[in-house]
Design a protein around this ligand. Sequence first.
Ligand code: ADP
Ligand code: MG
Length: 274
Amino acid sequence: MNPAIEVTNLSYRYPDGTLALDGVEFSIERGSSVALLGPNGAGKSTLLLHLNGLLGAEGSVQILGKKVEEANLPWVRKRVGLVFQDPEDQLFMPSLWEDVAFGPRNLGLSKREVEENTSWALKVVGLAEMAEKCPHNLSFGQKKRAALASVLSMKPEVLVLDEPTSNLDPRSKEEVISLICDLKRKGTTILTAIHDVNIVPRIADQVLLLDRKVVELGPTREVLVKRGLLKGLGLDLPTIADLFCTLKDDGYEIGDIPFTSDEALAALARLIEK
Ligand code: ADP
Ligand code: MG
């Protein structure tokens, strides 16, 4: 079967001359959840914009086997839901309901389907009670979740998220994380650009390291222990993994590096028993 996302030799230069992507190549299987990591300016947002044809470039992007090009844009945009980092870029209607209903209406769904999808999307992001509010008057965290709802209402097969947890308080952050985990369980293919590396093991099976080109793509637990590679890009290891990598370097028998607090507690218990 065709991969969900296949990018071949993709390069992009902004009109001012900045080379943001330089020969990017990777492919993502259907149903996997991939975290996109890289320093500021690595081209993460630029890459994501290419996935539903918002920027034209050299090279090729294929979604579920179809090339992203002018003639296929309606097909592609029906399947790829892109949530921008800045929710202001996504919300433009006079009420939250209208914003979230906009996508499904645009896809030509029936009135009933539009209503079902809209109320479902508002509910899963926890904004059902706010449907009549003007998006402009929502708090930042609510706007972030509203932007997510405006994409989820189209039930995209491929969900592309640009920093979905940035600037959220801990509770909203947890809500977004558990929503991503739910969608992943339901089989949605998810690509998430994210800064907080501690969240990555919870939401992603694979990590794609980008620095204008692909530096690495592999299983989360293999990539996030490569200290030299990550530090070279100015990135951190998840705090727990970092601590246990240090213990391992110091000669302690750690086995598999823990990533969650439960795993860390079990590893500590084993160390103490020895
Ligand atoms: P990231 O999301 O990884 O932080 P971006 O994709 O936003 O990186 O940016 C990649 C590079 O492209 C950066 O050097 C940035 O300054 C540049 N860039 C981004 N948007 C524009 C733009 N509209 N015009 C010119 N340069 C841009
Ligand atoms: Mg960005």
